[in-house]
Design a protein around this ligand. Structure first.
Ligand code: HEM
Length: 396
């Protein structure tokens, strides 16, 4: 072990302190400059801060496995058993097939009009007010109006959904105070999902109902359903809230980019990719190494945990020209903000649909987005997103 570590540069800072979570890029930049693999002694993780190694690792899911969990602490890895995210090979394929088809482009087509209409309504309401919080009034309101219905979460039981979902991300960091504090709320969500399944109070026609039908048909065990519900509801809110609010933030800060998009709305798909590249909603997940392997010059022992740093890879100066410049003319489609390979985000079609719908609605009616008070960023081990973004929408 020591021989292996000698070849690997070491970074002694904690990249999960409040300050580092709020301003991660100086840490990421240093990590990338140290090498393709960097040992983080505080977290006992091999960090992969560069794009090429992140992508290779994500694509080698036979050796860099998810089945032992993708969190940076063993408790969360135990709690997330049974999810698509935490599984490998045949198990993973079977779980993914159960519901991911509902999020494929063809299935989403029928949802598209509704999402567009909801986005237009929200932008219309926002234009009638002097100022709005772009996070709660736009970025949160849209996913909340769409996703819980799709998954089948009962309408009267959504009060804690955002809090539970954020906690379910927080616990996936290292075993720090923030992760430990989030455990009760995350357990609450799991217990609630179990109750939904027991009482069958899910919405008709939803993903959850489809899973219960599979149970009735004998193709799925009933205890498999709650983790699968968590699998879809937990990552479907904060991530998209992050992308939509970061988009508003970036376009407010870069009015010339907003003008470019208004002049040429065919740049919308590019713009969504550039937002996810630039302000990657997910910071990093881990993989467990099955066999001893070499990355760069470093030999990593079997059983090691690597940290796949999506957000750092997306700013890697080896991969991107001017990575710290937000420019919607970039071809950012190869970013790893949605992951890559077998575990690439199953909900990215929906996330793109929602983010595009919001930007489209804004492009149609808004000439400028003005930030009217200091934005506030949320602190979460995994999710990078704004908590408040007070803005005034200036009508076209
Ligand atoms: C901008 C929004 C989103 C971002 C940036 C994002 C990011 C990611 C990333 C990076 C992964 C890969 C995890 C890994 O490598 O282990 C992932 C997986 C996943 N995401 Fe998303 N996500 C977003 C939205 C959504 C939505 C809306 C849903 C569901 C409706 C969703 C459901 C999932 C699921 C089920 C997986 C696990 C896939 C698997 O393990 O096969 N995500 N997401």
């Amino acid at each position: 072990m020591l021989r292996h570590l000698a070849a690997v540069p070491v970074y002694r800072h904690d990249i999960y302190t409040r300050a580092a979570l709020l301003e991660p890029h100086p840490h990421y930049r240093t990590l990338r400059s140290l090498g393709p693999v960097v040992w983080l002694p505080r977290h006992r993780l091999y960090a992969l801060p560069r794009y090429a190694e992140c992508k290779e690792t994500l694509r080698d899911d036979g050796n860099f496995v998810s089945g032992h969990g993708v969190a940076a602490n063993p408790l969360a890895n135990r709690l997330s058993r049974g999810t698509t995210l935490n599984s490998d090979g045949g198990d993973h394929e079977r779980r993914r097939k159960l519901v991911a088809h509902r999020l494929m482009p063809r299935a989403l087509r029928s949802l598209g009009e509704d999402v567009d209409a909801q986005a237009r309504r929200l932008v219309g309401d926002a234009l009638e007010r002097a100022t709005v919080d772009a996070v709660s009034d736009l970025a949160t309101a849209l996913p909340l109006a769409v996703v819980p219905d799709l998954v089948g979460w009962p309408r009267g039981e959504r009060g804690y959904l955002l809090e539970w979902a954020a906690a379910t991300f927080d616990i996936l960091g290292p075993a720090n105070w923030r992760a430990l504090k989030a455990v009760p709320r995350s357990l609450h969500m799991l217990r609630f999902a179990r109750r939904l399944v027991r009482e069958r109070t899910v919405l008709p026609g939803s993903m959850a109902e489809e899973l219960l039908t599979a149970v009735d048909d004998g193709t799925l065990a009933v205890e498999e359903v709650p983790p699968l519900l968590i699998d879809y509801i937990a990552p479907s809110l904060d991530t998209t809230i992050s992308a939509i609010s970061s988009a508003l933030f970036l376009f407010a800060r870069h009015p010339q980019q907003w003008q470019l998009l208004r002049d040429d709305p065919s740049l919308l798909p590019n713009a969504v990719n550039e937002v996810v590249r630039f302000e990657s909603p997910l910071r990093a997940f881990t993989r467990k190494l099955l066999h001893e392997s070499t990355i760069g010059e470093a030999q990593l022992p079997a059983g090691a945990r690597v940290l796949v740093m999506y957000a750092s890879a997306n700013r890697d100066e080896r991969e991107w020209d001017a990575p710290d410049v937000f420019d919607i003319r970039n071809s950012a489609g190869r970013h790893v903000g949605f992951g890559s390979g077998a575990h690439a985000c199953a909900g990215q079609g929906l996330a793109r649909l929602e983010t595009t719908a919001m930007l489209q609605a804004l492009v149609e009616r808004v000439e400028r987005i003005d930030i009217v008070a200091e934005p506030k960023w949320a602190v979460n081990n995994i999710i990078h997103r704004l908590e408040h973004l007070p803005v005034r929408l200036i009508p076209a």
